[in-house]
Design a binder for this molecule. Structure first.
Ligand code: UDP
Ligand code: MG
Length: 316
């Protein structure tokens, strides 16, 4: 038996919360009944500075149901930070593992049991992975897929088709707390931790009620954050363009000097073409070079841990 907390970030979720509470309560009771979870396991709803009655609902459910906990954040800090707040808070309750899931239950809670089984079998991080995206709009599907591709190209590890539905062991969450960065992108950080990982597969459903809290604009900035928090490749890219321009400058030099020697040019054209490409190339190149240093500083100031210890053997 393990003690497990389910962490649910909620932002203006009054429409969906009653259903969610009911379902998760049922699931937890079921798993407690099967003796997989201890009776003091719980679900914690993290109110991410909602402007509707989300917190009032959480308070009410907390009074009515013994398995419901609440955490109210002072203001809206965004999905990722709200999730982190929940995960770090439950560490204090002595949990063995925690599962994070969105309030709209688009992810299939039935696979939580399998996550727990894998954890009992010795896996530290179990990713929930969507086996299909049938219910998502074509637009959401295409943009999401493009995003995973770009992330991959930019060299950030991330689990394909996995959102923030996952189980983490206590020590994995403790390791996560060592990552001090403000630009939090959990999907990129968690694969960096290490430990034994596993996956469970499910069909993603439609949001049960309420609206997506991720309109296109927020989604774009989330994607941009994800890439720029993990990679300084865009700067290398600028430097590469600079190099290409310098090569073009050399070709332009040969061509314009040839034209000049043959004599069929307007006066001044040669100098103009030569300096144009050369200066442009040098500018791009040095911009990228400066960027490389800024990139290094950027990665340093994150003060990420350089390693996470998985086990220690001792004779104490
Ligand atoms: N959420 C949050 N803070 C925010 C935005 C969203 O805690 O500022 C929560 C939201 O309540 C939900 C989860 O993050 O539980 C994912 O949001 P949503 O389902 O709207 O995103 P989508 O599934 O459309 O990408
Ligand atoms: Mg959703």
């Amino acid at each position: 038996m393990i003690k497990c907390a389910i962490v649910v970030p909620c932002y203006n979720e009054e429409a969906v919360l009653p259903v969610t509470v009911e379902k998760l309560d049922g699931l937890l009771q079921d798993l407690i009944g099967k003796k997989k979870l201890t009776p003091d396991s719980f679900v914690i709803y993290v109110d991410d500075g909602s402007r509707d009655d989300t917190w009032k609902l959480i308070e009410r459910f907390h009074d009515e149901k013994p398995l419901v906990d609440g955490l109210k954040l002072a203001g809206n800090v965004g999905h990722q930070n709200a999730l982190l707040a929940g995960l770090l808070t439950v560490l204090d309750s002595g949990i063995d593992a925690a599962v994070s899931i969105d309030a709209d239950l688009q992810d299939d809670i039935a696979v939580i049991e399998e996550m727990v089984d894998q954890f009992i079998g010795g896996t530290d991080i179990v990713y929930g992975v969507r086996s299909g995206r049938k219910t998502d709009t074509f637009f959401k599907r295409a943009t999401a897929q493009g995003f995973y591709r770009v992330m991959h190209l930019m060299g950030a590890k991330s689990v394909y088709n996995h959102a923030d539905f996952r189980l983490m062991s206590r020590r994995a969450i403790e390791a996560l707390s060592e990552y001090k960065e403000r630009n939090l992108f959990l999907r990129g950080i968690i694969p960096m931790i290490g430990f034994k990982t596993g996956c469970v597969y499910y069909e993603r459903k439609e949001r049960m009620a309420g609206e997506s809290k991720y309109p296109v604009r927020k989604m774009m900035s989330f994607a941009f954050d994800g890439i720029t928090s993990f990679s300084t490749k865009p700067m290398t890219f600028i430097m590469d363009i600079g190099l290409i321009m310098i090569v073009i400058a050399l070709l332009a030099a040969i061509y314009s000097l040839h034209s000049y020697l043959v004599g069929d040019v307007v006066r001044g054209w040669t100098t103009l073409i030569l300096s144009l490409w050369f200066i442009g190339g040098m500018l791009m190149f040095s911009l990228g070079l400066v960027g490389q240093y800024i990139g290094k500083i950027y990665l340093e100031v994150k003060e990420r841990p350089r390693y996470i210890i998985e086990k220690r053997l001792t004779n104490e």
